[in-house]
Ligand binder design. Structure first.
Ligand SMILES: *Cc1c(COP(=O)(O)O)cnc(C)c1O
Length: 954
């Protein structure tokens, strides 16, 4: 007899959807590994010295229905208001065609960073459009794609200014009328570099000869528009650099920073269609003069040609980046905001220059009307020259009444100082909102009369001085003038995403990057108004749902990691590293140990580690790895002894970037602690630990968690991500605080970083529960070992643990093949495209190797398909080794093969079908790359980083 209460859906149903292999497949894989059970496998992989003894305490997994219901409840506890707060965050209308076909479309959001350009032409084109848009708006020569937020972009601009300025000063000037969160991040960033920030009025307080650069806000945070030309001229005469923080919508009607003399422009592209999201994610931009392009941080998309001479996009000037330049890199930025940059670019593609100007003029017109009406009510309006924002001054008691009326009417105004109220309008503002604002200042006001008077306001407020109006036309490129109907737009988006390979087509076996399932149910809440339409500085009483979600998530991350406190502020893994090192620095300084500035980093570390250490004011000392890929204990002891007095920290990755659980991790931590140093454990590989071991319990002091790796936030083609940090109790006073609260450490513009994507990780953890999470880790380890076992006959596996097992990823050594056949890692990476696969991580952490991480989400069928492709490629290599075909004639060297190749004159020594349809590829479902192999050197020699003239394509 069935008990009716047992007829509810099984609670662990979701875990079995998230985890790829079916039970029968698991049995088969275990037997391929010659182990009897999952438990036995774990015993072989994870050192007993670090194994957790208890469940984490998250509880059992919930069903998808339960999780959605709970998230709906939390979203309902956030109050969506009409925001007039401004301060860098504005209401905007995300066109439905972009929301559904990019933000909610796995073809876009599950893609990886476009390091393999042949399978990334769609998103690279979108990013080139973004760079073009930024260049056109700013009047500067070259723009990147993209930075994390406006405040960190300003900090990057400051660091760039120092690198290129002739001035030897270490003082940076900041316009007092700058967003407070930008100022907080600038102050945080300046301190470890030894820069001093001087804040003042550019007209009266700037001493050009005493600074290496200055930042001017345009418009200012108060909305005031000031002419920066005199100050910029003076800076240039003194050998200093001029940075402008500029609002992109204002730039459609204002003179461009480049035309005003600026060397660098930064800002947020949020209001180009990206919801405020309680602070993020959105893309920041940076544009510079041509002379500074090699010093610019962030990713840069460039145009090159492919093997058949066709134009093709790829990432340019990568030698600037941390994966190559380490602590000498232009910044530690790795994950950026690609998906949001794509959305912003498409907003401009859809609206075109006239559409953007029309939006800007409407906003400016309503702003003029609002301020004229307030003036006629006798309200003191502070700001003269304005675009969309101004401040008014009232008696302090009256201000409270006005704010209360605003809230009662469903609006938030900015508290811009005692008795100072800030009002910012945006694309969503209607005449009804303007009337409602008037009524907040005077409930009895004659709305009709004010409206009639306001009708006389010019479209573009007379308040914008003629010499600061944009004269030059912009965005004349074809792409910004073609896709006006929704049909055209829909097809353009589809055309681009069809060019790309993302998780919706095949596994992406990227070591270190954990490309696992981003479940639909996890993604659904992020576009709910209750999560995405909140301003980051909305009153706390309106954001209780978020507060609860953050409390849960912080608690769970502590439970998972064994740490005592978590900060959700860092909006990428690299930002987490930086924040964690600053916490260490703060703690040591508070104990009077200002001399501690050495950071030990194993040679195998991810490039962001040394780059972050440098930003935190530390000196990088490299520790060797031994022949089995582990930290060389003798070298570590020597380096610790040598730097004992100045040792600040060690940064280790666990399991190591070599894909192994080092047995002596506890000893490493103890050694560093004994010398007075702290242990930063890079948490990018938490996917091998969740539920099995806890960094906070076996010796580490602080870690970041890449929520876009282990915790299911999608990669978005190179961002967004989140990199919260966990710390042990002693470091918790040194975690990033809320920027509005004075001098607290701020590493991101918004208090909770990219808050609106946190529901994704919340949902994942809640759906999986203790058992589901631990099972996922176990299956990630099983899948990796299955691949290692299947491939090991054909390719050497470079590193293994003491029992011959790898962790959640493995390094396949391709260097011997290069010796015997001349086939390069690149040849194999590109040949995998012909099989319909994204290549694994290439040449990290060891040059000439692949690092493969399948994750728990791939089932045995997909793992077998991948192994079969790798083994078929090994046979092709054997043909070269045996002299049956020359490497330069082989399909491997000509890969990837395009439809154009197939239809062209065929002069290859192998057949069309051998080239285009290797074993296991079904011509009916084949993925065709849009371009053939791309010539990187050509692109770097002939650098083009915005949409080329049509003649280029001829
Ligand atoms: C991904 C990664 C990072 C950097 O994280 P981002 O989120 O890309 O900034 C750091 N360390 C390791 C080992 C990583 O794999």
């Amino acid at each position: 007899m069935t008990v009716w209460t047992s007829l509810k859906p099984s609670a662990d149903a979701f875990a079995s959807r998230h985890i790829g292999p079916r039970e029968a497949e698991i049995v088969a894989m275990l037997s391929a590994l010659d182990v009897g059970s999952e438990a036995e496998l774990l015993d072989q992989i994870v050192p007993s010295t670090i194994r957790s003894e208890r469940p984490m305490g998250i509880g059992s997994g919930w069903s998808e229905v339960e999780v959605l219901a709970r998230l709906r409840e939390l979203a309902g506890r956030n109050t969506v208001m009409t925001s007039l707060i401004g301060q860098g965050y504005y209401g905007t209308v995300l066109p439905g065609v972009i929301q559904r076909n990019i933000l909610e479309n796995p073809a876009w959001y599950t893609a990886y960073t476009p390091y393999q350009p042949e399978i990334s032409q769609g998103r690279l084109e979108a990013l080139l459009n973004f760079q073009t848009l930024v260049c056109e708006l700013t009047g500067l020569d070259i723009a990147n794609a993209s930075l994390l937020d406006e405040a960190t972009a300003a900090a990057e601009a400051m660091a760039l200014a120092k690198r290129v300025a002739k001035s030897k000063s270490d003082v940076f000037f900041v316009d007092a009328d700058t967003h407070p969160q930008t100022l907080s991040v600038l102050k945080t960033r300046a301190e470890p570099f030894g820069f001093r920030i001087v804040v003042g009025d550019p007209a009266t307080d700037l001493d050009p000869s005493a600074v290496f650069g200055g930042l001017f806000s345009y418009p200012g945070s108060s909305g005031a528009i000031r002419d920066p030309r005199a100050a910029i001229k003076a800076l240039h005469a003194a050998g200093a650099i001029a940075v402008m923080a500029a609002d992109p919508l204002a730039l459609t009607v204002l003179a461009a920073p480049g035309d005003l003399g600026a060397d660098i422009a930064v800002g947020s592209m949020q209001r180009f269609g990206v919801p405020m999201g309680f602070g993020g994610p959105h893309a920041a931009y940076m544009a510079v003069r041509d002379a500074y392009k090699r010093s610019m941080p962030g990713r840069l998309v460039g145009v090159s040609i492919d093997a058949s001479g066709q134009p093709a996009y790829r990432l340019a000037l990568q030698t600037r980046e941390q994966h190559i330049r380490r602590e000498k890199a232009t910044s530690n930025i790795c994950t950026a905001q690609v998906l949001l940059a794509v959305i912003a670019s498409m907003y401009a593609v859809y609206h075109g220059p006239e559409g953007l100007v029309a939006i800007a003029k409407r906003v400016a017109g309503l702003t003029a009307a609002l301020s004229a009406g307030l003036r006629s009510l006798g309200v003191h309006v502070d700001t003269e020259c304005v675009f969309d924002t101004f401040t008014v001054r009232v008696a302090p008691e009256e201000a409270e009444t006005i704010h209360a009326r605003a809230v009662a009417a469903g609006m938030n105004f900015r508290r811009a100082g005692t008795g100072v109220i800030g009002l910012s309008l945006d694309e969503t503002t209607t005449p009804e909102v303007v009337e409602a604002v008037w009524r907040c200042f005077d409930p009895e006001c004659p709305v009709g009369a004010l409206a009639a008077a306001a009708n006389g306001c010019p479209e573009l407020s007379a308040a914008v001085p003629p010499e600061l109006r944009r004269e030059k036309p912009f965005l004349s490129q074809e792409v910004f003038n073609t896709h006006r109907s929704e049909t055209d737009m829909l097809r353009y988006l589809r055309q681009l995403s069809d060019k790309d390979l993302a998780l919706d087509r095949s596994m992406i076996p990227l070591g270190s990057c954990t490309m696992k399932l981003n479940a639909t149910v996890e993604m659904m809440p992020i576009t709910w108004p209750g999560f995405c339409d909140l301003h980051p500085f909305a009153p706390a009483s309106q954001t209780q749902g978020y507060a609860e979600l953050f409390r849960d998530l912080e608690g769970w991350l502590c439970a998972i990691s064994g740490y005592d406190a978590v900060s959700l502020q860092p909006n990428s893994g690299a930002q987490g590293e930086y924040a964690g090192l600053l916490a260490i620095r703060g703690w040591q300084r508070a104990r009077g140990q200002t001399q501690r500035d050495v950071c030990l980093i194993p040679a195998s570390a991810h490039g962001t580690n040394p780059a972050s250490a440098q930003m935190a004011g530390m000196k990088v000392v490299v520790v060797r790895c031994d022949a089995s890929g582990n930290v060389d204990m003798e070298d570590l002891k020597a380096k610790v002894a040598q730097h004992a007095d100045t040792l600040a920290a060690i940064m280790i990755t666990y399991p190591s970037t070599h894909g192994v659980f080092e047995e002596n991790v506890r000893d490493i931590c103890a050694l560093v602690h004994e010398a007075g140093g702290q242990v930063y454990l890079d948490g990018a590989n938490m996917n091998a630990q969740v539920g099995l071991s806890q960094p906070g319990k076996y010796g580490a002091d602080v870690s970041h968690f890449n929520l876009h790796k282990t915790f299911c936030i999608p990669h978005g083609g190179g961002g967004p991500g989140m990199g919260p940090i966990g710390v042990r109790a002693h470091l918790s006073p040194f975690l990033p605080g809320r920027p509005e609260e004075g001098e607290a450490l701020a590493v991101s513009a918004a208090p909770f970083g990219s808050a609106s994507i946190l529901p994704i990780s919340w949902a994942y953890i809640r759906l999986m529960g203790d058992a589901g999470l631990a099972r996922a880790t176990t299956l990630a380890l099983l899948n990796a070992n299955y691949i290692a076992t299947r491939l090991s006959g054909a390719y050497p596996i470079l590193y293994r643990g003491v029992n011959g097992r790898v962790a959640h990823e493995c390094i396949v050594d391709l260097r011997p093949i290069k010796e015997t056949s001349g086939v390069t890692v690149d040849d194999i990476a590109k040949r995998l495209v012909d099989f319909g696969f994204h290549a694994p991580t290439v040449s990290f952490p060891v040059a000439g190797t692949f690092m493969i991480e399948p994750t728990e989400s791939e089932g045995k069928r997909e793992l077998d398909r991948f192994c079969a492709a790798m083994l078929a490629i090994r046979e092709e290599i054997r043909q070269i080794e045996e002299g049956r075909i020359a490497v330069q004639d082989a399909p491997l060297r000509h890969a990837p093969h395009t439809a154009r190749d197939l239809a062209s004159e065929w002069e290859r020594v192998y057949s069309r079908s051998e080239g285009c349809f290797p074993p296991g590829v079904d011509p009916a479902t084949k993925y065709w790359p849009a371009v053939g192999r791309i010539d990187n050197a050509h692109g770097d020699r002939n650098l083009i980083c915005s949409c080329p003239e049509p003649s280029f394509y001829e």
